[in-house]
Design a protein. Sequence first.
Length: 305
Amino acid sequence: MVRLRDRLARSGSPLGARLLTMLSRDQLTEDDWDEIEETLLLADLGTGPAEELLESLRTRVRVLGVREPSAVRDLLRDELLKVVDPTLDRSLALDRPVVDGETKPAVLLVVGVNGTGKTTTVGKLARVLVAEDRSVVLGAADTFRAAAADQLQTWGSRVGVETVRSDRDGADPAAVAFDAVRTGAANDTDVVVVDTAGRLQNKAGLMDELGKISRVITREAPLSEVLLVLDATTGQNGMQQAKVFSEVAGVTGIVLTKLDGTAKGGIVVAVQRELGVPVKLVGLGEGPDDLAPFDAEDFVDGILG
Ligand code: GDP
């Protein structure tokens, strides 16, 4: 698995370099502070966290009379870390639940708008789980796009795990999800990961579909995680969609994809604040190993470069 810090540092995030150059000026004028705020907003940190960070940083820079670039960097690192919140529990719930004396698979439901990287994330996640010696079954409950099940199955065979799917286009996604979980339970599987369609035509339709999938799955085993996949490059625009999903699906964690090649890493902070759930995993490329657990310190060091 790739290290978040290395990958972010390699993508040359301009956020850290810009901020440090500005903060190292001899006398910081109001204009300088405005520019610093603008940089944080451009990185999608969100207005609230950006103002909070800035106020605290300004006070500390003034009180301590800091000029030395390395000292300024330390202060900035400290403040960034605070807003990213290293205290959140970002572990995935992978322990197998026991229901009525029977051990069930941990079920991970993966939701989000099409194109955000759901199927790719499910594939990468399967690889990580297999590498940890867990048995895995994938469920292709995105029955809307014919190619989606093929894409998932390709990931499945690459990783060496079974993919439960329907051969019929437009099959009931809840039925496929149920089959996947039942197959997992019958085979004493550790983890079942269910990929879903991300049609956001209207909130009621989405609520119906995801609601039915969750209800049907929980007849067989409880949902251990509902992971919302968000594309970091859509920035604040993705937030609206994210809110809808979190309202309808009871999201327990966020997977932020495509963090490679975007300077908008601040979205991590914005999305956690808005949705009240932690970013647990990040996607750092299209390859099978490009998924990393989110680590606050690594992340901050990565964006500071
Ligand atoms: P889905 O419709 O949500 O299932 O999205 P897909 O998994 O099909 O991904 C859409 C596109 O995004 C594909 O071209 C993926 O290779 C690409 N993708 C997914 N995750 C990442 C990532 O972390 N970084 C980059 N650069 N591309 C990604």
